[in-house]
Design a protein. Structure first.
Length: 280
């Protein structure tokens, strides 16, 4: 059985129009012109395996707790935010600088999602975000990501000017329990701008994607969040697995964006290590 079953089904899914799914109690309208949104449709409507979505869903099921207050940095259309609400979160603050994506995010019919049309970084500023031309994921403030994935941006990348702010600006007096970061190369800068937030005992878990490893990220975190892992789905069992963050990825790992877990939640890590996993 292939681990990404959506790839086989894509030729059968129409490539235009819309399809509405429900995550938890909230409807999300998918635009079928985007490949990954067609994959979301197959994943949610028919339970078809889509590793890029399933790895996040399993992480949220394990590490999001009932009542959690969450930050979603790089929220896109709100798919992950809705998964976190379904896992028990009370409120998700979603940060999405791309105007078209923010518009869709802000149309979700729930008061539990607060949408912000800003980027996040280490300080207050204005910056140009380079817009993905191949799909509506991957837009970045980072020229390094442009060099790593030129095919995503095309020969003449378009840009949008947006405001960027540090997380500490928003949450100077509000506890946060869980942070998800998918900001295409600005992961370290986001954490630098969250030093007050990172120092609070309420913050239990950070999940992030990084194509450049975690060396700089770990310098920023210091001795906070001592449980640090690279996360993957096992190709034999399709179960969520953890390995030390600084080791080469397991040969059994299904290909997804490089995903990392930083947490103080020993109880949830122990359950996962014992094989007490949720199923997609």
């Amino acid at each position: 059985m292939p681990n990404d079953q959506t790839e086989q089904l894509l030729p059968l899914i129409k490539t235009e129009g819309e399809y509405t799914i429900t995550i938890g109690e909230v409807q999300l309208i998918l635009h079928l012109t985007n490949k990954h949104e067609r994959q979301y449709a197959a994943n949610c409507a028919a339970g078809i395996r889509y590793p890029q979505a399933d790895i996040d869903k399993l992480l949220f099921q394990h590490f999001v707790k009932p009542g959690d207050f969450i930050v979603d940095a790089g929220a896109n259309i709100g798919f992950s935010a809705l998964q976190m609400l379904a896992a028990g979160a009370t409120k998700v603050h979603c940060f999405e600088p791309v105007k078209e994506l923010f518009t869709r995010l802000s149309q979700l019919q729930t008061e539990k999602i607060i949408a912000h049309n800003f980027g996040l970084s280490s300080a207050r500023a204005h910056a140009e975000i380079i817009i993905s031309s191949s799909h509506n994921q991957g837009s970045t403030y980072s020229t390094e990501m442009l060099e790593l994935f030129p095919q995503v941006f095309g020969d003449q990348p378009s840009k949008q000017r947006s405001k960027v702010l540090p997380l500490d600006y928003f949450f100077s007096d509000r506890d946060v329990n869980f942070i998800k970061i998918d900001v295409e190369g600005l992961e370290t800068a986001v954490l630098v701008g969250a030093q007050k937030l990172l120092s609070r005992r309420s913050l239990r878990t950070i999940v992030l994607e990084s194509y450049t490893g975690t060396q700089e990220i770990e310098k920023v975190l210091g001795d906070r969040f001592p449980l640090r892992y690279r996360v993957y789905l096992d190709s034999n069992t399709y179960e969520l697995k953890l390995q030390p963050a600084d080791e080469p990825i397991s040969p059994n790992a299904i290909k997804t964006s490089p995903t990392y877990l930083f947490t103080n939640d020993l109880a949830s890590v122990s359950l996962l290590m014992k094989g007490e996993t949720h199923q997609c």
